[in-house]
Design a protein around this ligand. Structure first.
Ligand SMILES: N[C@@H](CCC(=O)N[C@@H](CS)C(=O)NCC(=O)O)C(=O)O
Length: 454
């Protein structure tokens, strides 16, 4: 694939000719910054006599009038004098932070948006009408924004801050959606997709002639608008296609709740693996885990549930096993019988002593569960004493490196103080928690200021 890309780039740039002259490139502000700038920099480094002017802005630019040679356009094209190749689609995404959703609940229907705090970005559209389709039917909701901003960056900052719900384009929030800082809402209510096109102008060759570049040189040089457009097309597809162009439903989905430690266990592992996934919020307070849709996925009526294409896996430890096996990560789940047994030993502890100890104690304080708190706290200290003894002589629970055993125990031990389980007598365990938190890709378990954590 890489060889193909390089060959096509050579072809596009005219492998044997000098590449010189100036090209004017336009794209929307965020797309330009995220995807086009790195490619332009590489192009300029590769061809020292080429110049590129980048005009990245969230406004309608008339390509002819403003002398644009190469444009990356998202949306329908009007200019027929430009040669354009669609490279994919982006979606509008309605999203909010887990903290906003924990406080306000998630909208279930587009109409529910009227009861929510809306942050509207004029960067995506100035219309107050948000359009959704479900089963062929279109719903248009007129939103009443509490905050209106000019650019998408500001809308995303407000959403990340937990202020409200916003609507932006999928590529703009691909990273916070995949690492869980934002969560998409209104699944099943699709927003219209928009095509993405890089295009090159034929008019640019006339302009190049006016600037004294001989046509012959120009065509030999390879520095035609189409050459950069071709490179952009190739790179946009090969480098970034997945991050903004993933069709809805293609990524793994984790049905979860931000205050569920079992959900965090699965989410933490997805993040440590760097596995692309979508988080689907299941509102436990509203009992959504018992809805027919969720019961179809997991008849136990609980989160987390992982959906990977046709494969559905419920139970947090089962999800850890599935991910490690399906992604071939024997570093996290060793193949060797004794090492695999050592990992399983701790998965059993996670589903047994940990669930009945620190997890149960926290259920009392965070969810008001009718459980004997003293008994749960006593059980928590019993297992923490064993874990502490184990970690006094080793860095990780089951092997010389972190394994899914460590992932399985992390969430409920780190949040134990929320259930009035004091961790101060367990220094080795606290150092182990810090080691997990320092792992690349670590994602925090949402804290609740309750119990000893208040
Ligand atoms: N063994 C399951 C336990 C999952 C579990 O207890 N999930 C809780 C949230 S932490 C849940 O969905 N509770 C809601 C219910 O049972 O109705 C696992 O490891 O995933």
């Amino acid at each position: 694939m890489l060889a193909d890309v390089s060959e096509m780039e050579d072809l596009a740039a005219g492998a044997h000719g000098a590449v010189r002259g100036r090209l004017v490139v336009t794209a929307s502000a965020m797309f330009g910054r995220m995807y086009v700038t790195p490619i332009v920099l590489e192009y300029l480094r590769r061809y020292p006599e080429a110049e590129v002017e980048c005009r990245f802005a969230d406004r309608i630019i008339n390509l002819m009038d403003e002398g644009i040679d190469v444009a990356i356009r998202i949306g329908q094209l009007a200019d027929s004098s430009y040669q354009a190749i669609p490279v994919g689609t982006v979606r509008r995404v309605v999203c909010a932070s887990p903290s906003y959703l924990a406080e306000h609940g998630a909208p279930q229907t587009p109409e529910d948006l009227r009861q929510h705090v809306i942050v509207s970005s004029n960067g995506v559209s100035t219309s107050p009408d948000w359009r959704f389709t479900k089963g062929g039917a279109t719903t248009i909701v007129r939103v009443q924004p509490r905050m209106t901003v000019m650019s998408n960056d500001e809308a995303i900052i407000a959403a990340l801050d937990g202020f409200g719900i916003t609507r932006v384009l999928s590529y703009m929030v691909a990273a916070p959606l995949s690492d869980g800082r934002l969560v998409e809402v209104l699944h099943g209510h699709e927003t219209p997709t928009l095509p993405t096109w890089p295009s090159g102008s034929c008019a640019a060759s006339a302009r190049a002639r006016n600037e004294g570049v001989k046509k012959q040189d120009y065509s030999r040089s390879g520095n035609s608008p189409l050459s950069l457009a071709a490179i952009l097309i190739i790179r946009v597809i090969s480098n970034t296609g997945d991050s903004y162009n993933t069709p809805p439903g293609a990524a793994m989905k984790l049905y979860y709740h931000p205050l569920s430690g079992h959900s965090h266990r699965a989410r933490l592992f997805l993040s440590l693996l760097g596995a692309q996934h979508e988080l689907v919020l299941v509102d436990l307070k509203k009992g959504e885990q018992k809805s027919p849709e969720l019961l179809k996925l997991n008849r136990f009526g609980q989160v987390p549930v992982l959906q990977d294409g046709d494969t559905v896996v419920s139970d947090s430890n089962a999800i850890l096993i599935y991910l490690a096996k399906s992604l071939g990560r024997s570093d996290w789940l060793p193949e060797n019988p004794a090492a695999a047994a050592a990992v399983q030993r701790w998965l059993s502890v996670a589903a047994g002593e940990i669930a009945r100890g620190p997890a149960a104690a926290r259920l009392v304080t965070v969810f008001g569960a009718p459980i004997d708190a003293d008994d749960a706290i006593r059980r928590a200290h019993a297992i923490l004493t064993l874990v502490e003894q184990e970690l006094a002589t080793r860095t990780w629970l089951a092997a010389d490196q972190a394994t899914i055993a460590d992932v399985a125990l992390y969430s409920y031990i780190s949040s134990a103080p929320e259930g009035n389980v004091d961790l101060s007598a367990y220094p080795h365990t606290r150092q182990w928690l810090a080691r997990i938190e320092a792992l690349p890709g670590f994602v925090e378990f949402q804290k609740t200021a309750i119990g000893l954590a208040a």
